[in-house]
Design a protein around this ligand. Sequence first.
Ligand SMILES: Nc1ncnc2c1ncn2[C@@H]1O[C@H](COP(=O)(O)OP(=O)(O)OP(=O)(O)O)[C@@H](O)[C@H]1O
Length: 266
Amino acid sequence: MAQSYLSLEFIDKTFERNGTKSEVLKQVSLGVDKGEFVSIIGHSGCGKSTVLNIIAGLIDATSGAVFLDGKHVDAPGPERAVVFQNHSLLPWLSVYENINLAVSKVFRGKKTKSEQHDWVMHNLDLVQMAHAKDKRPAEISGGMKQRVGIARALAMEPKVLLLDEPFGALDALTRAHLQDAVMEIHARLGNTMIMITHDVDEAVLLSDRIVMMTNGPAAKIGEVLEVPIARPRNRIELASDRTYLKCREAVLKFLYERHRFVEAAE
Ligand SMILES: Nc1ncnc2c1ncn2[C@@H]1O[C@H](COP(=O)(O)OP(=O)(O)OP(=O)(O)O)[C@@H](O)[C@H]1O
């Protein structure tokens, strides 16, 4: 069988702390096509970030392997850029300098200084943040910081953009604006994107497929839902779209009927 562009093959992950083992992931396998937008949804603590961090190479799988574009990946690399929930900008650098730091590292010897400058500005334009290029992170809002984080990740020209609850800390309106920005970027650049979210509407709005994880311990992929909605997508029009509502219901049923989160007993 042909391997997907990004392929997770039989991933197990067991953490060990003070001699106690906890089995977090069991036999997680997933194939993602080039240009696909895939969301991962599941209850808190099931292991979503662990999956993303294994793809990013930030943590090792206990067994199994990740392949990207035919190559085994087991360490971090610029072809897999991550955007975290809380921006990870360096506070002493300006918006421009934060992105330039990544650009100069990835494109050293490949782009001239002037090309690097143009590339930084191009990516700031993509997220509509060029006007704030000289501001420091403390001087801009949470939504703006996330935009800069996305620009920095895109500027590395990653093969896969990994988004770990990128809008989780934002108010509803800012979140909606950023979701639209990410949809536009995805349409324009055709990047392969994997996003963790807790938000069912966000998952349906943005994704080509939604990966639903079972509750831990030993979480696995429970179901994968196709979202057969044409792009570009408009959130207002979709609010009454039958396919949208059916997808939404399928995810809600998975999360709240078949895999209800059981609070630990007090
Ligand atoms: N470095 C670690 N050492 C030990 N246990 C860990 C480590 N990282 C994560 N875990 C445990 O693995 C499980 C899955 O964590 P993970 O952060 O992947 O879940 P999640 O689904 O992303 O959660 P949330 O939705 O709350 O962010 C949790 O029980 C967590 O405590």
